[in-house]
Design a binder for this molecule. Structure first.
Ligand SMILES: NC(=O)c1ccc[n+]([C@@H]2O[C@H](COP(=O)([O-])OP(=O)(O)OC[C@H]3O[C@@H](n4cnc5c(N)ncnc54)[C@H](O)[C@@H]3O)[C@@H](O)[C@H]2O)c1
Length: 355
């Protein structure tokens, strides 16, 4: 295995948590994980309680660190001989970026810049080093009813969120060309699965069904998203980290496109099955609300490159992934309630929030 001291940023968020769990479940992984996270509203250290109990201060280290503060990142690099960074930390929610873009500029752009600068200081020209940057398909803009985003598609971000991610992608690539720092980038479609903060479409709707509240759908619900099960994203990231070509970007997708309204209908059915209700029980809660400003019509991505070069593929069908996801949320009501009793409660009561 190539790397022994992997620095994860944003490890207490949705994908970061799943990735840290994925790593420690891999037989081949014998190294250490250093998780730095600011613990914003979206970061939940309880997600990693089991990992901390098992590996804490031996192979797992957590630092509450804000990546907009370069000196605190430097302190972590002074303590650990970091040889790989997997950079998840971000403000990640499109609606929040529309209401208040400032944090997105700070964390997603300045925070990424700070990490790159810290790497430039500590890296020592080693080829056995990697900065892997996690990004989104939203940097490519919006598609009509046909076509796909490729790695070569020109960037055309439309929201403050996607613009801030696009900017960070460019910075990461610039450090490859300018300073020869070994980097890789991945751009992924919508993830779903366990530990996703319940402002995003699937956990938000499950929560509202359980509370018998409205299920708010933007516009006519005809916007199209491609959905990838989070574990499959994690396996892909690991393949890139191990064998991806440095200086390259790779796309990930589920090859699994749904209009929001169709997805919501099957989610209603899945929750109804697992709650022993009539198949259509929750559908009566569906409500159409004013569309999001600048709402991208369709995202769809071509992921042939990662399949052909790195032998990656999705491992679960959407039905399997959705069944597992609903099962997890229904079995982890306390996790949801703990979040709702905090800051999230105010947010959900005042806003409609989806990705
Ligand atoms: N969720 C998706 O569907 C999706 C799809 C494609 C790409 N991505 C990208 O994947 C990454 C992770 O997304 P997610 O859904 O897990 O996000 P998330 O919002 O669930 O988690 C983000 C994490 O980053 C931390 N964080 C935020 N600001 C920070 C700061 N200044 N310093 C340190 N930590 C900070 C938060 O506390 C949180 O733990 C992001 O870069 C996102 O752009 C997400």
């Amino acid at each position: 295995m190539k790397y022994q001291n992997i620095l994860i940023t944003g490890g207490c968020g949705f994908i970061g948590t799943n990735f840290i769990n994925y790593l420690f479940n891999l037989k081949e992984f014998t190294g250490n994980v250093i998780n730095i996270d600011k613990l914003t509203y979206a970061g939940n250290p309880n997600n990693l309680i089991d990992i901390n109990e098992k590996y804490g201060n031996d192979r797992y280290f957590f630092y509450k660190t804000d990546i907009t503060d370069i000196s605190s990142i430097d302190t972590v690099f002074e303590k650990h001989a970091v040889d790989c960074i997997i950079h998840f930390a971000a403000e990640s929610h499109v609606d929040r970026s529309i209401h208040g873009p400032g944090e997105f500029i700070q964390t997603n752009i300045i925070g990424t810049f700070n990490l790159l600068e810290t790497v430039r200081k500590h890296w020592k020209n080693s080829k056995d080093f990697l900065f892997h940057h996690i990004s989104t398909d939203e940097v490519f803009g919006s598609l009509g009813n046909t076509g796909y985003f490729y790695e070569t598609t020109p960037y055309d971000p439309r929201s403050p969120y996607s613009a801030s991610k696009a900017s960070s992608d460019h910075l990461v690539m610039a450090y490859f060309y300018t300073y020869a720092i070994p980097i890789t980038i991945s751009n992924c479609t919508n993830n779903y699965g366990q530990y996703q903060f319940p402002e995003k479409l699937i956990p938000l709707m499950i929560n509202n069904m359980l509370e018998e509240k409205d299920l708010p759908v933007y516009g006519k619900g005809k916007n199209i998203r491609d959905w990838l099960y989070v574990q499959d994203h994690c396996s892909g990231i690991w393949k890139i980290v191990q064998n991806g070509r440095r200086g390259e970007t790779y796309n990930f997708g589920g090859e699994n496109e749904w209009t929001n309204i169709d997805l919501l209908n099957i989610l209603c059915e899945e929750v109804a099955i697992q709650k022993n209700k009539d198949k259509d029980y929750y559908k009566k809660l569906i409500t159409y609300v004013k569309d999001r400003a600048g709402h991208d019509h369709r995202y769809a991505i071509n992921c042939d490159k990662v399949k052909e070069e790195l032998n990656w593929k999705q491992s679960v069908t959407f039905n399997e992934g959705l069944t597992k996801t609903v099962k997890w949320y229904l079995s982890n009501i306390k996790w949801m309630n703990d979040i709702k009793s905090g800051q999230y409660k105010n947010w959900i009561e005042k806003n409609y929030c989806q990705r």
